[in-house]
Design a protein around this ligand. Structure first.
Ligand SMILES: [Zn+2]
Length: 309
Protein backbone atom coordinates (compact mmCIF):
# COMPACT_ATOMS: atom_id res chain seq x y z
CA UNK A 1 0.00 0.00 0.00
CA UNK A 2 2.83 2.41 0.89
CA UNK A 3 4.67 1.51 -2.30
CA UNK A 4 1.42 2.00 -4.18
CA UNK A 5 0.88 5.47 -2.70
CA UNK A 6 4.51 6.40 -3.38
CA UNK A 7 4.21 5.34 -6.99
CA UNK A 8 1.02 7.38 -7.34
CA UNK A 9 2.81 10.40 -5.90
CA UNK A 10 5.60 10.30 -8.45
CA UNK A 11 3.07 9.76 -11.22
CA UNK A 12 1.04 12.69 -9.88
CA UNK A 13 4.15 14.86 -9.95
CA UNK A 14 4.65 13.90 -13.58
CA UNK A 15 0.98 14.63 -14.33
CA UNK A 16 1.21 17.94 -12.46
CA UNK A 17 4.15 19.01 -14.57
CA UNK A 18 2.29 18.00 -17.72
CA UNK A 19 -0.71 20.06 -16.61
CA UNK A 20 1.49 23.06 -15.81
CA UNK A 21 3.00 22.79 -19.29
CA UNK A 22 -0.47 22.46 -20.77
CA UNK A 23 -1.74 25.56 -19.03
CA UNK A 24 1.46 27.43 -19.80
CA UNK A 25 2.07 28.29 -16.17
CA UNK A 26 4.96 27.29 -13.93
CA UNK A 27 3.92 24.91 -11.15
CA UNK A 28 4.99 27.29 -8.39
CA UNK A 29 2.63 29.93 -9.74
CA UNK A 30 -0.41 27.70 -9.49
CA UNK A 31 -1.37 28.44 -5.92
CA UNK A 32 -5.08 28.53 -6.68
CA UNK A 33 -4.79 25.31 -8.69
CA UNK A 34 -2.90 23.35 -6.07
CA UNK A 35 -5.82 20.91 -5.77
CA UNK A 36 -5.20 19.84 -9.36
CA UNK A 37 -1.69 18.71 -8.68
CA UNK A 38 -2.44 16.65 -5.61
CA UNK A 39 -3.27 12.95 -5.83
CA UNK A 40 -6.77 11.99 -4.77
CA UNK A 41 -6.46 11.00 -1.09
CA UNK A 42 -7.20 7.48 0.22
CA UNK A 43 -7.89 6.12 -3.22
CA UNK A 44 -7.13 2.43 -3.53
CA UNK A 45 -8.46 2.34 -7.11
CA UNK A 46 -6.73 5.45 -8.47
CA UNK A 47 -3.58 3.73 -9.79
CA UNK A 48 -5.83 1.33 -11.68
CA UNK A 49 -8.03 4.18 -12.94
CA UNK A 50 -4.94 6.03 -14.25
CA UNK A 51 -3.67 3.12 -16.41
CA UNK A 52 -3.00 4.80 -19.78
CA UNK A 53 -5.00 4.09 -22.90
CA UNK A 54 -4.22 5.13 -26.45
CA UNK A 55 -7.14 7.32 -27.60
CA UNK A 56 -9.18 5.87 -30.45
CA UNK A 57 -12.26 6.35 -32.59
CA UNK A 58 -15.33 4.62 -31.18
CA UNK A 59 -17.59 5.36 -34.15
CA UNK A 60 -17.95 8.37 -36.44
CA UNK A 61 -17.27 11.55 -34.48
CA UNK A 62 -17.10 9.78 -31.08
CA UNK A 63 -13.64 9.20 -29.59
CA UNK A 64 -12.34 7.58 -26.40
CA UNK A 65 -10.03 10.06 -24.65
CA UNK A 66 -10.13 8.54 -21.16
CA UNK A 67 -7.73 6.16 -19.48
CA UNK A 68 -8.05 2.37 -19.67
CA UNK A 69 -10.38 2.29 -16.67
CA UNK A 70 -12.20 5.64 -16.62
CA UNK A 71 -14.30 7.05 -19.44
CA UNK A 72 -13.92 10.40 -21.17
CA UNK A 73 -15.69 10.79 -24.52
CA UNK A 74 -14.98 13.41 -27.16
CA UNK A 75 -17.66 14.24 -29.76
CA UNK A 76 -16.16 16.30 -32.53
CA UNK A 77 -17.56 18.63 -35.18
CA UNK A 78 -16.14 21.28 -37.50
CA UNK A 79 -17.58 23.99 -35.23
CA UNK A 80 -16.42 22.74 -31.82
CA UNK A 81 -16.39 19.65 -29.65
CA UNK A 82 -18.21 18.17 -26.66
CA UNK A 83 -16.38 16.37 -23.85
CA UNK A 84 -18.31 13.99 -21.58
CA UNK A 85 -16.52 13.26 -18.28
CA UNK A 86 -13.02 14.16 -17.23
CA UNK A 87 -12.06 11.45 -14.74
CA UNK A 88 -10.02 12.12 -11.62
CA UNK A 89 -8.52 15.56 -10.92
CA UNK A 90 -5.11 14.15 -11.83
CA UNK A 91 -6.50 12.78 -15.12
CA UNK A 92 -7.17 16.20 -16.70
CA UNK A 93 -3.74 16.48 -18.39
CA UNK A 94 -4.10 12.91 -19.66
CA UNK A 95 -7.46 13.70 -21.27
CA UNK A 96 -6.00 16.91 -22.76
CA UNK A 97 -3.04 14.99 -24.20
CA UNK A 98 -5.37 12.34 -25.64
CA UNK A 99 -7.50 15.01 -27.36
CA UNK A 100 -4.36 16.50 -28.90
CA UNK A 101 -2.92 13.12 -29.86
CA UNK A 102 -6.01 12.61 -32.04
CA UNK A 103 -5.24 15.89 -33.82
CA UNK A 104 -7.93 18.01 -32.14
CA UNK A 105 -7.48 21.29 -30.28
CA UNK A 106 -8.47 21.40 -26.63
CA UNK A 107 -9.50 25.03 -27.19
CA UNK A 108 -12.20 23.75 -29.58
CA UNK A 109 -13.98 21.90 -26.75
CA UNK A 110 -17.03 24.15 -26.22
CA UNK A 111 -19.08 22.08 -23.80
CA UNK A 112 -18.17 19.72 -20.94
CA UNK A 113 -20.80 17.29 -19.62
CA UNK A 114 -20.69 14.78 -16.79
CA UNK A 115 -22.11 11.37 -15.87
CA UNK A 116 -22.19 12.02 -12.13
CA UNK A 117 -20.59 14.40 -9.66
CA UNK A 118 -18.16 11.96 -8.00
CA UNK A 119 -14.42 12.74 -8.02
CA UNK A 120 -13.61 9.87 -10.43
CA UNK A 121 -15.73 11.42 -13.24
CA UNK A 122 -16.05 15.13 -12.40
CA UNK A 123 -12.62 15.62 -10.78
CA UNK A 124 -10.86 16.79 -13.93
CA UNK A 125 -13.68 19.03 -15.21
CA UNK A 126 -12.42 22.29 -13.73
CA UNK A 127 -8.87 21.97 -15.12
CA UNK A 128 -10.23 21.11 -18.55
CA UNK A 129 -12.82 23.92 -18.39
CA UNK A 130 -10.03 26.40 -17.68
CA UNK A 131 -7.69 24.99 -20.31
CA UNK A 132 -10.37 24.89 -23.02
CA UNK A 133 -12.66 27.80 -22.14
CA UNK A 134 -15.64 25.42 -22.50
CA UNK A 135 -18.92 25.90 -20.66
CA UNK A 136 -20.11 23.18 -18.30
CA UNK A 137 -23.69 21.91 -18.06
CA UNK A 138 -25.23 19.31 -15.72
CA UNK A 139 -28.42 18.12 -14.02
CA UNK A 140 -29.59 20.22 -11.04
CA UNK A 141 -28.16 17.86 -8.40
CA UNK A 142 -24.87 17.32 -10.26
CA UNK A 143 -24.47 21.07 -10.85
CA UNK A 144 -25.01 21.74 -7.14
CA UNK A 145 -22.25 19.31 -6.07
CA UNK A 146 -19.83 20.14 -8.90
CA UNK A 147 -19.99 23.79 -7.87
CA UNK A 148 -18.98 22.71 -4.35
CA UNK A 149 -16.32 20.27 -5.57
CA UNK A 150 -17.64 17.14 -3.91
CA UNK A 151 -20.74 15.42 -2.63
CA UNK A 152 -22.47 15.51 0.74
CA UNK A 153 -26.05 15.46 2.02
CA UNK A 154 -28.24 13.36 -0.25
CA UNK A 155 -25.43 11.44 -1.98
CA UNK A 156 -25.17 7.73 -1.06
CA UNK A 157 -21.37 8.13 -0.87
CA UNK A 158 -21.44 11.32 1.21
CA UNK A 159 -18.55 11.18 3.64
CA UNK A 160 -16.48 8.64 1.69
CA UNK A 161 -16.16 10.20 -1.80
CA UNK A 162 -13.12 12.50 -2.22
CA UNK A 163 -13.46 16.20 -2.97
CA UNK A 164 -12.16 17.83 -6.16
CA UNK A 165 -11.67 21.31 -7.67
CA UNK A 166 -15.07 23.09 -7.68
CA UNK A 167 -16.52 24.08 -11.07
CA UNK A 168 -18.07 27.58 -11.23
CA UNK A 169 -21.18 28.55 -13.20
CA UNK A 170 -22.47 25.11 -14.15
CA UNK A 171 -25.48 25.53 -16.40
CA UNK A 172 -28.46 23.57 -15.06
CA UNK A 173 -30.21 21.25 -17.53
CA UNK A 174 -33.70 19.75 -17.76
CA UNK A 175 -34.30 16.04 -18.17
CA UNK A 176 -34.51 15.34 -21.91
CA UNK A 177 -32.79 18.60 -22.86
CA UNK A 178 -30.82 18.52 -26.10
CA UNK A 179 -27.58 20.47 -26.48
CA UNK A 180 -25.90 21.45 -29.73
CA UNK A 181 -22.27 22.20 -30.54
CA UNK A 182 -21.66 22.59 -34.26
CA UNK A 183 -23.30 19.58 -35.90
CA UNK A 184 -23.20 17.49 -32.70
CA UNK A 185 -26.48 17.04 -30.83
CA UNK A 186 -26.41 15.34 -27.42
CA UNK A 187 -29.40 14.65 -25.15
CA UNK A 188 -29.48 14.41 -21.35
CA UNK A 189 -31.49 11.59 -19.74
CA UNK A 190 -31.58 11.79 -15.96
CA UNK A 191 -30.77 8.35 -14.56
CA UNK A 192 -30.41 8.94 -10.79
CA UNK A 193 -29.79 6.37 -8.06
CA UNK A 194 -26.02 5.93 -7.92
CA UNK A 195 -26.14 9.69 -7.30
CA UNK A 196 -29.21 11.98 -7.22
CA UNK A 197 -27.91 13.83 -10.31
CA UNK A 198 -26.74 10.90 -12.45
CA UNK A 199 -27.14 11.54 -16.17
CA UNK A 200 -26.99 9.33 -19.26
CA UNK A 201 -26.06 10.98 -22.56
CA UNK A 202 -27.21 9.93 -26.03
CA UNK A 203 -26.31 11.05 -29.52
CA UNK A 204 -26.13 9.77 -33.10
CA UNK A 205 -22.79 9.33 -34.80
CA UNK A 206 -22.41 8.64 -38.51
CA UNK A 207 -19.80 7.05 -40.75
CA UNK A 208 -20.78 7.94 -44.31
CA UNK A 209 -24.47 7.10 -44.70
CA UNK A 210 -24.52 4.79 -41.69
CA UNK A 211 -25.68 6.36 -38.41
CA UNK A 212 -25.80 4.64 -35.01
CA UNK A 213 -27.32 5.54 -31.64
CA UNK A 214 -24.61 5.82 -28.99
CA UNK A 215 -25.33 5.82 -25.25
CA UNK A 216 -22.97 6.88 -22.47
CA UNK A 217 -24.96 5.34 -19.62
CA UNK A 218 -24.23 6.51 -16.11
CA UNK A 219 -23.22 4.12 -13.32
CA UNK A 220 -26.17 2.17 -11.86
CA UNK A 221 -24.40 0.57 -8.91
CA UNK A 222 -25.99 0.80 -5.43
CA UNK A 223 -22.78 1.77 -3.61
CA UNK A 224 -22.94 3.78 -0.41
CA UNK A 225 -21.18 4.84 2.73
CA UNK A 226 -21.59 2.50 5.72
CA UNK A 227 -24.84 3.18 7.52
CA UNK A 228 -26.66 4.49 4.43
CA UNK A 229 -29.84 2.46 4.11
CA UNK A 230 -31.63 2.17 0.78
CA UNK A 231 -34.83 0.94 2.40
CA UNK A 232 -35.29 3.56 5.15
CA UNK A 233 -33.50 6.63 3.90
CA UNK A 234 -33.91 10.17 5.12
CA UNK A 235 -31.20 11.97 3.11
CA UNK A 236 -32.20 10.47 -0.26
CA UNK A 237 -35.69 9.01 0.32
CA UNK A 238 -36.49 8.47 -3.39
CA UNK A 239 -33.38 6.38 -4.10
CA UNK A 240 -35.18 3.08 -4.77
CA UNK A 241 -37.76 4.70 -7.08
CA UNK A 242 -34.94 6.61 -8.79
CA UNK A 243 -33.06 3.40 -9.59
CA UNK A 244 -36.28 1.90 -10.98
CA UNK A 245 -36.90 5.01 -13.10
CA UNK A 246 -33.33 4.84 -14.45
CA UNK A 247 -33.53 1.15 -15.39
CA UNK A 248 -36.79 1.84 -17.25
CA UNK A 249 -35.21 4.83 -19.00
CA UNK A 250 -32.23 2.72 -20.09
CA UNK A 251 -34.57 -0.03 -21.34
CA UNK A 252 -36.30 2.48 -23.60
CA UNK A 253 -33.25 4.13 -25.20
CA UNK A 254 -32.30 3.46 -28.80
CA UNK A 255 -28.92 1.88 -28.12
CA UNK A 256 -26.56 0.55 -30.77
CA UNK A 257 -23.31 1.14 -28.87
CA UNK A 258 -23.24 1.26 -25.06
CA UNK A 259 -20.42 3.11 -23.29
CA UNK A 260 -20.06 3.51 -19.53
CA UNK A 261 -17.96 5.71 -17.20
CA UNK A 262 -16.30 2.53 -15.91
CA UNK A 263 -15.65 0.73 -19.22
CA UNK A 264 -15.55 -2.70 -17.57
CA UNK A 265 -19.25 -2.31 -16.75
CA UNK A 266 -20.05 -2.60 -20.46
CA UNK A 267 -17.26 -5.01 -21.52
CA UNK A 268 -15.72 -2.29 -23.69
CA UNK A 269 -12.27 -3.82 -23.99
CA UNK A 270 -13.57 -7.25 -24.97
CA UNK A 271 -15.62 -5.57 -27.72
CA UNK A 272 -12.69 -3.39 -28.85
CA UNK A 273 -10.41 -6.45 -29.00
CA UNK A 274 -12.99 -8.28 -31.12
CA UNK A 275 -13.25 -5.29 -33.47
CA UNK A 276 -9.46 -5.00 -33.70
CA UNK A 277 -9.27 -8.66 -34.66
CA UNK A 278 -11.53 -8.08 -37.65
CA UNK A 279 -15.12 -8.27 -36.36
CA UNK A 280 -16.05 -4.83 -37.71
CA UNK A 281 -19.33 -4.46 -35.77
CA UNK A 282 -18.16 -5.89 -32.45
CA UNK A 283 -18.95 -2.64 -30.59
CA UNK A 284 -22.59 -2.79 -31.70
CA UNK A 285 -25.02 -4.63 -29.41
CA UNK A 286 -28.63 -3.47 -29.50
CA UNK A 287 -29.46 -5.35 -26.31
CA UNK A 288 -26.59 -3.82 -24.30
CA UNK A 289 -28.61 -1.06 -22.60
CA UNK A 290 -31.37 -3.46 -21.58
CA UNK A 291 -28.78 -5.91 -20.22
CA UNK A 292 -27.10 -3.06 -18.34
CA UNK A 293 -30.47 -2.14 -16.82
CA UNK A 294 -31.15 -5.77 -15.89
CA UNK A 295 -27.79 -6.01 -14.12
CA UNK A 296 -28.62 -2.80 -12.22
CA UNK A 297 -32.01 -4.17 -11.12
CA UNK A 298 -30.33 -7.34 -9.85
CA UNK A 299 -27.66 -5.40 -7.92
CA UNK A 300 -30.31 -3.21 -6.27
CA UNK A 301 -32.47 -6.23 -5.38
CA UNK A 302 -29.45 -7.88 -3.73
CA UNK A 303 -28.69 -4.71 -1.81
CA UNK A 304 -32.29 -4.40 -0.60
CA UNK A 305 -32.33 -8.08 0.38
CA UNK A 306 -29.14 -7.59 2.39
CA UNK A 307 -30.69 -4.70 4.30
CA UNK A 308 -33.60 -6.91 5.36
CA UNK A 309 -31.21 -9.35 7.05
ZN1 LIG B 1 -19.67 7.17 -8.61
Amino acid sequence: MIAHVFRSHSRMRHVALALAALLGTPLGAQTSDSALTRPTPNCASCADWMVPQRPFRIFGNAWWVGTHNLGAILLTSDAGHVLIDAGLPEMAPVVAANVRALGFRLEDVRLILNSHAHYDHAGGVEALRRASGARVAASPASARWMERGGVAGDDPQAGIAASYPPVPNVRVLRDGETLRVGTTTVTAHFTPGHTPGGTTWTWRSCEGARCLDLVYADSQTPISADGFLFTRNTTYPTIVQDFAHSAAALDALPCDILLTPHPGASALWERVAARDSGKADALVDREACRRYAATARKALAMRLEKEKQ
